[in-house]
Write a protein that binds this ligand. Structure first.
Ligand SMILES: Nc1ncnc2c1ncn2[C@@H]1O[C@H](COP(=O)(O)OP(=O)(O)O)[C@@H](O)[C@H]1O
Ligand SMILES: [Mg+2]
Length: 361
């Protein structure tokens, strides 16, 4: 997977600009607030339909304008693909793949794949399980549209079940709940089974990436909480049982207390929970290792690497970790943003793009 070109029109602080990327390492440099992250965000949008900044779509339109357009051309194992996304201040965004309008984000997924890291991803290691679930969901949705559709379905069922639990009419609840629970267990089991598989695959890759970057000083251990395990069918049965067990509690609380929306990933360094006891530097490196592991899963699945975006990752690492990181990623297309173009010392073969005030200079 190689992104070749990116055109931004009225996107964030870009009026009209074209980027061309090399197959190897690309360094986007510039002072603070010049548009480095904005250009990286645009690529991730083309891949997932989603901003890594978790902003609302219309916020990307240049202040005072009506419409923003992002267009990208990539080469994948299936050939060239062009993705175009238009954002409007007053309506939902529109997406075209090879000139053909795409009605659902599900149809966009998988055309261009990317893995995105920026300092905000630290929350992956530091904060709530929700961030770790989002990490799995974005990754798994790019890996399989079926996962994305299953997740949408699950979320809908969860909302409906939670609404039902808040119903004052108990009799109605008891009549209706078993029907919802059957659907819930089936949809939930799909999600849990895929996530379990994902974590199992991720763990050895993350261990090896982390060992490499830390020159074998640290051992990174990733595991699921595996409250539910086995085949999809087995998980569905376990989930059904658990829903029955927790029915009283769920009714009392007015929401569902079991299911994939309660999943988490455990992250340890040298046997110690990195969320609670890890240093900032360890947490940064662990988050980065998770992302590097994610690129390996893509390579494994598709036979080609995703576009790796490392936004502002360098400034946080010491020289040795930096060098080792570059060593690790130099064979896949990587887009690195940093304030100085020489943020990857000792490495010369890179495409150097400098931005200032929304322009390439
Ligand atoms: N919708 C928008 N219209 C115009 N400018 C924007 C918009 N959204 C963000 N910006 C500007 O983009 C700049 C930040 O760009 P960013 O890519 O995050 O900087 P950096 O180069 O530090 O990564 C800020 O100056 C901000 O005001
Ligand atoms: Mg930035």
């Amino acid at each position: 997977m190689l992104i070749k070109k990116l055109q931004l029109k009225n996107f964030r602080n870009y009026k009209d600009e074209k980027f061309e990327y090399d197959d190897g390492i690309n360094v986007i440099s510039g002072s603070n607030a010049q548009g480095k992250t904005n250009s990286a965000e645009a690529i991730f949008y083309l891949c997932t339909g989603y901003s890594p900044r978790a902003t609302r779509d219309k916020q990307v339109v240049f202040y005072g304008e009506e419409k923003a357009t992002v267009k990208g051309v990539a080469n994948s194992r299936f050939g060239a693909v062009e993705v175009e996304m238009s954002f409007f201040v007053d309506k939902n965004k529109e997406v075209k793949v090879n000139g053909v309008p795409v009605a659902k984000i599900g149809e966009l997924l998988g055309n261009i794949n990317s893995v995105f890291f920026n300092p905000g991803e630290l929350k992956l290691v530091q904060e709530s399980p929700e961030d770790r679930r989002r990490f799995m969901d974005i990754s798994l949705s790019q890996l399989s549209r079926n996962y994305f559709y299953a997740l949408q379905k699950y979320k809908k069922i969860l909302t409906q079940r939670n609404n039902l639990l808040k119903e004052p009419d108990r009799e109605m609840i008891f009549d209706t709940l078993p029907i919802w629970d059957a659907q819930f267990a089936e949809a939930g089991a799909k999600i849990i089974a895929e996530r379990n598989k994902f974590i199992e695959k991720l763990a050895p890759f993350a261990l090896s990436a982390h060992s490499f970057i830390t020159a074998d000083r640290e051992e990174l251990e990733i595991s699921g909480d595996y409250k539910f395990a086995g085949s999809e069918e087995e998980i569905a049965l376990q989930l059904s049982e658990s829903l029955k067990e927790k029915r009283e509690k769920d009714l009392e609380l007015g929401y569902t207390t079991v299911g994939p929306h309660r999943d988490d990933i455990k992250i340890k360094i040298n046997g110690i929970d990195v969320r609670v006891y890890g240093s900032q530097g360890q947490q940064r490196t662990a988050a980065l290792s998770l992302k590097l592991a994610e690129t390996e899963i893509f390579k494994d699945r598709f036979g080609e690497a995703p576009v790796l975006i490392l936004d502002d990752a360098m400034s946080e690492l010491d020289a040795s970790r930096r060098e080792r990181l570059i060593e690790k990623v130099k064979d896949i297309q990587t887009i690195i943003t940093c304030t100085e173009p020489d943020c990857i010392p000792g490495y010369e073969k890179y495409n150097n793009i400098r931005v200032s005030d929304g322009k390439i200079i």
